[in-house]
Design a protein around this ligand. Structure first.
Ligand code: BES
Ligand code: MN
Ligand code: ZN
Length: 476
């Protein structure tokens, strides 16, 4: 032990100066026992170091500093991450931990950690790992910025314009449907939710096609509620400010598509993004109303705060028309997700093989997710006497699954309101493999920063989506 440092995971220390080290200070970060080091241990430690560097810069009044990050040699340690994994994790951890959103503060923006030089063994693949990690970091920061933007600055139309600008800079095609287009094409769920806001809804479609063509296609759908008051079923005031994050699913999808283009992945990706503000104005959607979705399905509105599924219904129905090889939607959909898994573990539902693959990939990236079932009996709660579906279940229990089952209807209609032959035991013979990620808790950190996770927008699940798109190239 040196200077009281134990080296346990999560521990950081600052040493004034060390003989023989040409630096004003030495910062250490513990990784725990050598045979228990996971890539995310490195990522978290690097994030802790970047946040500590920023604090030091603030305390000492030095606006920024230059740091050298010495990555220990783990070769020979069984189960340890490979050198490329260490470089990836350290790059992501340092850069993501150094992320700072200062919004409209008039004072000093807060110190940035300056530059960090990574020192690592000179092995093949290290440059590629570093370059990829930088692209991933840019994508996560992009999603965080979008989530952190207050709803006053980011409505459906301005959000659509921003997506258009980002996409054209990356060579991604964009199409924006305005309220007139939406009316003509029958996007009844999106229009219904948007009626309570002075700012009309938009549907953004992004398409990335690799230059060499693609054998595999992915459809991504993201919930883009720029602010969720609950509508006429108004939310309580406490914590409502966090509802600026109700477009985090769409932000993650935007960032993942841009990253796919940047990384030139050999997979075609089409994103369908319903953007809307859920407000309680004079013409707002009411409980008891019935809306007709893009595919003709009707929904009885029981609670206008269950608005995410109404817009995702239209978007999923549209995305299915493209017949993608996999279809994934991402949404801050239910408070029940936070109740069941807390605010660090996302829930994945849907076609078992795709669901489980995404959960495993998420855990590997450190974003963390867990597979959850869609039990048949919960689907009874969303059957309606006056429409095809109710937009909430009858019970408080199983609220996350009720939302998932509601969405499933728009991908495989026969499973939810049809014969009711749904089982959760295997992949279905028909239909598109589909997964639904409920990221209500993990997308937004209402607490304080930790590791590489800042307060507010976290960027979850951008890294999981990128990992999924990368994994699809091996499916071809
Ligand atoms: N956007 C919320 C879900 C949410 C809750 C996201 C907490 C992030 C943190 C969603 O639109 C919503 O209000 N869901 C309701 C559904 C209910 C009325 C069936 C909920 O979960 O309470
Ligand atoms: Mn809501
Ligand atoms: Zn919502």
């Amino acid at each position: 032990m040196w200077a009281g440092i134990t080296g346990r995971s999560g521990e950081t220390s600052v040493q004034p100066a060390v003989d023989g080290v040409p630096a004003a200070r030495v910062v250490t970060a513990g990784l725990g026992p050598a045979d228990h080091i996971a890539p995310d241990t490195v990522r978290q430690a690097a994030g802790d170091v970047s946040r500590l560097l920023r604090k030091l810069a603030e305390q000492t009044g030095v606006p920024s500093c230059h740091a050298v990050s010495l990555l220990g040699d783990l070769t020979g340690v069984t189960g340890a991450p490979s050198p490329a994994e260490v470089v990836t994790a350290a790059t992501e951890g340092h850069a993501l931990g150094g992320y700072l959103y200062s919004g409209h503060r008039s004072g000093p923006a807060g110190a940035l950690p300056g530059s960090v030089t990574l020192v690592c063994p000179d092995l093949p693949g290290m440059d590629a790992a570093f370059t990829r990690a930088c692209t991933v970091v840019e994508a996560v920061a992009c999603a965080r910025d979008l989530v952190n933007a207050p709803a006053g600055d980011l409505g459906p139309d301005s959000y659509a314009r921003i997506i258009g600008d980002l996409a054209s800079a990356s060579g991604v095609e964009v199409e924006v449907l305005d309220e007139t287009d939406l009316e003509e094409q029958g996007y009844g769920g999106l229009l219904a939710v948007g009626r309570g806001s002075a700012r009309p809804p938009r549907l953004v479609r992004m398409r990335y096609l690799p230059e060499q063509g693609a054998q595999v296609s992915a459809g991504l759908v993201g919930k883009g509620v720029t602010f969720d008051t609950g509508g006429i079923s108004l939310k309580k005031p406490a914590g409502m400010d966090a509802m600026i994050s109700d477009m985090a699913g769409s932000a993650a999808v935007v960032a993942a598509v841009l990253a796919a283009a940047e990384l030139e992945l050999p997979v075609s990706v089409t994103a369908t993004l319903p953007l809307v503000e859920n407000m309680p104005d004079g013409d707002a959607l009411r409980p008891g109303d019935i809306v007709r979705h893009y595919d003709g399905t009707t929904s009885e509105i029981v609670n206008t705060d269950a608005e995410g599924r109404l817009i995702l219904a239209d978007a999923l129905a549209r995305a299915v028309e493209d017949s993608p090889d996999v279809l994934v939607d991402v949404a801050t959909l239910t408070g029940a997700q936070v109740v069941s898994l807390g605010d660090r573990v996302s829930a994945v539902m849907g076609t078992p093989s795709l669901r489980d693959r995404i959960a495993a990939l998420a855990r590997r990236t450190g974003e963390d997710a867990w597979s959850m079932p869609l039990p048949d009996d919960v689907a009874d709660g969303i059957r309606s006497d006056v429409a095809d579906l109710r937009n909430t279940g009858r019970l408080r229990q199983g609220g996350m699954a009720a939302a998932g089952l509601y969405l499933r209807h728009f991908v495989t209609p026969e499973d939810t309101v049809g014969a009711g032959s749904a089982t959760d035991s295997g992949d279905r013979g028909t239909g598109i493999p589909w997964a639904h990620l409920d990221v209500a808790g993990p997308a937004y950190n209402t607490g304080t920063a930790r590791g590489y996770t800042p307060a507010r927008g976290t960027g979850v699940p951008v890294r999981t989506l990128i990992a999924l798109l990368e994994s699809l190239q091996h499916l071809a």
